[in-house]
Design a protein around this ligand. Sequence first.
Ligand SMILES: [Zn+2]
Length: 473
Amino acid sequence: MGSNAPACDSAFVGRKVLIEDGFKEAAILVKDGVIQAVVAVSDVPQGVPIENAGDLVVIPGLVDCHVHVNEPGRTEWEGFVTATKAAAAGGVTTIVDMPLNCIPVTTTLDALKEKLKAIEGLLNVDCAFWGGVVPGNHAELEKMVAHGVVGFKCFLIHSGIDDFPNATEFDLRKAMPELARLGVPLLVHAEIECSHEDESQEHPGEWLKEEPRSYAAFLESRPRRWENEAVKLVSLLCEEFKCRTHIVHLSSSDALSIVKEAKGKQLPFTAETCPHYLTFASEEIPDGDTRFKCAPPIRERENSEKLWQALKDGTIDFVVSDHSPCTPELKLMKEGDFDKAWGGIASLQFGLPAVWTFAKKKGHKLEEVVTWMSEKTAKFAGLYGAKGKIAPGFDADIVMLDPEETFVVEKKNVQHKHKETPHEGREFNGVVKRTYVRGTKVYDQGNFTKEGHGKKILSGRLDRQKAVAGNSR
Ligand SMILES: [Zn+2]
């Protein structure tokens, strides 16, 4: 903290501001939405307007790098206005949008341009974009990076959307050297449909066909070995091509040893998990409650405990929502059919309180949660340097939070387009009071104070060097 304060047009002051060495009393000096300096409160220049957090904790806004917004094309599932409001209300100041389930899917430069045009003026928080790798779109990858996507997602199993076909090993062998050259990560939905070693056993989906309301049957229909096989395959390809490779929404704790092994070899290999895998357990999911359906599935409590352990020891790098809602009709709530219902969990607004509530019980500090959900996700998406930290040169994306106050998730406070979420009725610690995007207050205790302030992040990977450094362990 220095006494020669730089020029600024606003200041954020609090007794518990998360800076380099923990929570400290400090003032954040901001000019044109960018943090200029973090100084002692007494060093705030005279006459500068002050936002005072008082006793609330001040943390960098979260960066949720796994969100399915679905606009254009399936805006009735979730659109950018509602998704980014939910983000702001949940302390998330940057999202990275997935290349599906919008129409057209974001697998070509033209489709990317169409999305960018469609969402003009709709954003309430900042938004970057992933492209998609599908069979045959090899020639589009470099063009999309040049236009600003921060990396690419692919599936190794049916994506749920017919116009986003899954990649095979053949397709990955074409894409991965190209992505390695471009310096962007490949995000992999790691499930491969494979039959049982014992051929006399029935296909894992047979029981679910007979009892579609049974969660146990659904769980059995997407076994751990599908994930394990897929993680193994892409870890070998990562080793071969040295392409940055990332496992999205890891659920099977059996695959952790493969992730660990790849990291041990210093490969550019990372993994994420989600609040639902960390905070729910299959044993407690009621039959017929399709709000819990996602792929890979939420597994046993014992599995969840291992994911927490992996988060603690760094095998899992960070936590993202994988917010993937649809219309209530497609969730087939009345039928409770786990076989036919859309798979995807609505949770963007509740990621922080859900993870914080459980992390706290396990003895983790809020600083760790912020690292998992802001700093590391920003680094992964190449946004670090602008996002993910309260420090000079970073955007003034700031959240004021009461970490102890509790609230119950009720339909009336859900900002997602649709109110169905498996988190409904849960009591969480951590109430987001105010959210600022680049110095501007966009959310204040239930109210949206500046709509349309979010911007598209298309500057490409803002700081390649730092992003790469941040990825190595
Ligand atoms: Zn997803």
